[in-house]
Design a protein around this ligand. Structure first.
Ligand SMILES: *Cc1c(COP(=O)(O)O)cnc(C)c1O
Length: 400
């Protein structure tokens, strides 16, 4: 039954993603089912999105109740869920009370970054310093901050005045930042690059470099935020990291599209009436979904669970034959393999009933729902040796 849907897909949907591997019909917790009724443990979670897994009752209830009360009104009007969500995000960032934090809502990570990029233009400066290996989205502005040549080159010229420096290299950053720079933008952990974690102290050093030159320090927490690393955010004020701008999306709505650009201090008032806008951004249904995600993470202790399950995941990955390095934090983990068989591992895992993701030929990424159980990870541990073995052999046969 998957096949007919995939054929119709090919005949009707633009081929920007390549042919879909499966047609999925249903999900529950960390499990999904395809059109043939086959069950999978979902270790991708819609690309680090489904924080509460699939069909979580709290999310279903929040969205259903809000949609049957007030679904959409545009930003000509205020709604309680949007304001409550803005207040909650500021509180989680420590930017409420004395601080003057403000939130702009949109519908995706790219849009959250577009708003932030426009905000930086209002400093009167236009230069941005970003990192090699960065991923900030596919719209023209977000793409301008994204380093990957294959994504950029077909669409040049891109907006901007963007300088790329090696990630996790404070000296290179210091050499690139001067008083013409509007902002330094970094992912606290690079996600699409394969879960690349900088050395301790890098973010604080980058922040100091930005501030020395009057540049904004902007962290893209689209993938790392909202509990993914076992804390609300991957940057820690306790380690001296407190950016001027934070962008969020992915996990925030638990699968309902929402993005947020959060700024504080002088950055919070750079965008003035008429400077930016959106029809859908922060609509009450998406805001209610995000509030339910945040409330459930808190009520169910999912930050602690993410740390615990994350440690379990990291340990089982490190025990695999062929594991060169396990990276990441919480339930955002990268596995570097000892050969080019990551793509084959994704296919072998699918056959074995697991949804994985490869960020490159030698690297797997694991970003399961924060509600994944210890039993699900035990099942992964039991199957992974065979999956990697099959993948290694398939890759060898293909190259022979
Ligand atoms: C996924 C991602 C984006 C883009 O988000 P979309 O919702 O796909 O537009 C931006 N930044 C980071 C760090 C991401 O991981």
């Amino acid at each position: 039954m998957s096949a007919p849907i995939q054929e119709r897909y090919a005949g009707a949907v633009m081929n920007t993603f390549g042919p879909p591997a499966l047609a999925l019909v249903r999900g529950s917790g960390a499990h999904v089912w395809d059109a043939d009724g086959k069950e999978y443990v979902d270790l991708l979670a819609g690309i680090a999105v489904n924080a509460l897994g699939h069909a979580h009752p709290a999310l279903v209830e929040a969205v259903t109740t809000q949609l049957s009360t007030l679904g959409h009104v545009s930003n000509f009007f205020a709604t309680e869920p949007q304001v409550a969500l803005a207040e909650r995000l500021l509180e989680l960032l420590g930017w409420s009370g004395e601080e003057t934090g403000r939130v702009f809502f949109s519908n995706s990570g790219a849009e959250a970054n577009e708003a932030a990029l426009k905000l930086t233009r209002r400093t009167g400066r236009t230069r941005i310093v970003a990192a090699e290996g960065s991923f900030h989205g596919r719209t023209m502005g977000a793409l301008a901050l994204t380093s990957k040549a294959a994504y950029r080159e077909p669409f040049e010229p891109l907006p901007g005045d963007v300088t790329f420096v090696p990630y996790d290299d404070p000296a290179a950053l210091a050499a690139a930042v001067d008083d013409t720079v509007a902002a330094v933008v970094l992912e606290p952990i690079q996600g699409e690059a394969g879960v690349v974690v900088p050395a301790p102290g890098y973010l604080a050093a980058a922040q100091a470099i930005a501030r020395d030159h009057g540049a904004l320090f902007w962290l893209d927490e689209v993938q790392t935020g909202i509990g993914r690393t076992g804390a609300w955010f991957a940057h820690r004020p306790s380690e001296g990291v407190d950016p001027d701008v934070v962008t969020l999306a992915k996990g925030l709505g638990g699968g309902i599209p929402i993005g947020a650009t959060v700024a504080r201090g002088a950055a919070a008032t750079l965008l003035q009436p008429g400077n930016h806008g959106t029809t859908f951004g922060g609509n009450p249904v998406a805001a209610a979904a995000a509030l339910a995600v945040l409330a459930t993470i808190e009520a169910d202790g999912l930050l602690a669970a993410t740390t615990e399950r994350g440690d379990q995941l990291a340990a089982l990955l490190a025990r695999q034959v062929g594991a060169v390095e396990v990276t990441g934090a919480g339930l955002m983990r990268g596995l570097e393999l000892d050969g080019t068989y990551a793509v084959q591992a994704v296919a072998a895992a699918r056959d074995a009933g697991f949804i994985l993701n490869a960020t490159g030929p030698t690297r797997l990424r694991f970003v399961p729902p924060l509600v994944i159980t210890s039993d699900d990870l035990d099942a992964l541990e039991a199957s992974l040796p065979t999956i990697l073995d099959v993948a290694r052999r398939t890759a060898q046969e293909a190259s022979a």
